[in-house]
Design a protein around this ligand. Structure first.
Ligand code: FES
Length: 415
């Protein structure tokens, strides 16, 4: 209302200004009655020696034309505004051209009318006629975001769902067959009310209140409760996490207490038994190591192809490097295996000169040097061709080689 009155005042002012401008525009200076005015005039107006005026005087036709233009420019907007005040109009039966002024707000509580795909308002009647119960369709909602309106048997639900995925912002389609919103980008899913049921989306879809404006169009307004609810949910998650951590710590503590109690209660006989078992284990390991070292474990040796099968029978796990002295990448592999053979004495590390071992190379299908043939229990299990299995290629470190051999199970990796 205040805005309308202001507009009327502004229009009246513009009209008066236009009339005044029209009455004075392009009028040549006329004779002045006052002697003072005459003196001022003589200071600015050029006159010939004979007293005749010689300044710029447009001809009468041009003056009339210019006056008309000025009047038209001022009068048209003023009349439009005034017309809107004087006669309410037939456009919608309620408001006139004063609608040229932007309206404040779109309804109670900051509601904004939603728009269809072309941005046109969506009347509730039209919506109900075009949708079945539980339909969902996208409209333009708050800040131009895409929102789903949800239909009920006789209208719409009192909330709309923002279609922007809370993971990385894709528009989430409604999948009727699954009764869910399923984001195609990274697989997040939301239930029929927008609640997140599968990640990676961290939050549920945003909501907005829906309402129907006086003119019958559907509108949406912000939903501040949702933020408060999500903050509450985050707090609950943090609390639950803290509870789990405390419970795990308590369980671990209980295990330790039980172990201490068991050791405290050990009798002398039990301790003796433990000592005996440990000693036996150490003896066995020592014997095992000695017998393996005796057949070449703990070293990295060059063998003839004819010895390969003997070696394969003697040792449970073998790493056999097919090598050639003139190939620098074979030298790189040599360096790594030389270091690993001592640490992993349970496995036999050998190398074979591929150029002098035609038979074996053909039999084991060696076509690239270096190649590592891995044997387990007398059988070839896998061949690592060149450095193809290393992420860093021939720049692989000794640790990388160790990890790969461990992965193929020919050496035991520490936990
Ligand atoms: S953007 Fe939706 S799951 Fe990533």
């Amino acid at each position: 209302m205040v805005r309308d009155s202001r507009a009327a005042a502004f229009a009246a002012l513009a009209l008066v200004a236009g009339v005044w401008a029209a009455s004075t525009a392009f009028v040549a200076p006329g004779p002045r009655a006052s002697p003072l005015a005459g003196r001022v005039q003589s200071a600015v107006v050029l006159q010939s020696g004979s007293g005749e005026y010689t300044g710029f005087v447009p001809d009468m036709q041009r003056r009339v034309l210019m006056n008309l233009i000025v009047v038209a420019v001022c009068a048209v907007p003023a009349l439009v505004v005034l017309g809107g005040q004087v006669c309410p109009t037939p456009l919608n039966g309620k408001r006139g051209p004063a609608d040229f002024f932007p309206k404040l707000g779109g309804g109670g509580g900051g509601a904004s009318p939603v728009g269809d795909i072309n941005g046109a308002a969506v009347p509730l009647k039209k919506w109900v006629a075009g949708h079945k119960d539980n339909d969902r369709e996208l409209v333009q909602g708050l800040k131009g975001d895409a929102y789903y309106l949800i239909s009920t048997p006789d209208g719409i639900k009192d909330f709309a769902i923002n279609a922007t995925c809370t993971h990385l912002g894709c528009v989430v389609p409604w999948v009727r067959s699954a009764n869910k919103f399923c984001c195609p980008c990274h697989g997040s899913q939301y239930d029929e009310n927008g609640k997140v049921v599968r990640g990676p989306a961290p939050l549920s879809l945003a909501l907005a209140h829906t309402s129907v404006l006086e003119d019958g169009n559907i509108a949406v307004s912000p939903w501040p409760e949702q933020k408060a609810m999500e903050e509450g949910q985050q707090k609950n998650v943090a609390d639950a996490l803290a509870e789990v951590v405390v419970a795990a710590a308590a369980e671990r503590e209980a295990d330790l207490d039980a172990e201490i109690a068991r050791l405290d209660n050990l009798k002398e006989d039990d301790l003796e038994e433990l000592r005996r078992k440990r000693l036996e284990q150490m003896k066995k390991s020592h014997f095992d190591r000695r017998s393996k070292l005796a057949v070449g474990h703990g070293e990295y040796t060059l063998i003839d192809e004819k010895d390969f099968f003997t070696v394969a029978k003697q040792s449970e796990y073998i790493v056999c490097h097919f090598w050639r002295p003139s190939t620098w990448r074979c030298e790189v592999m040599d360096k790594h295996l030389r270091q690993l053979c001592q640490k992993h004495w349970g496995t036999r590390f050998v190398k074979v000169d591929a150029e002098k071992s035609q038979f074996l190379s053909e039999r084991l299908h060696i076509w690239c040097l270096p190649s590592l043939v891995l044997c387990k229990q007398g059988k070839t299990d896998h061949t690592i061709v060149g450095f193809s299995e290393f992420q860093r290629g021939d720049e692989a470190t000794t640790e990388d080689v160790e990890q790969l051999l461990g992965k193929w199970g020919v050496i035991a990796l520490e936990d």
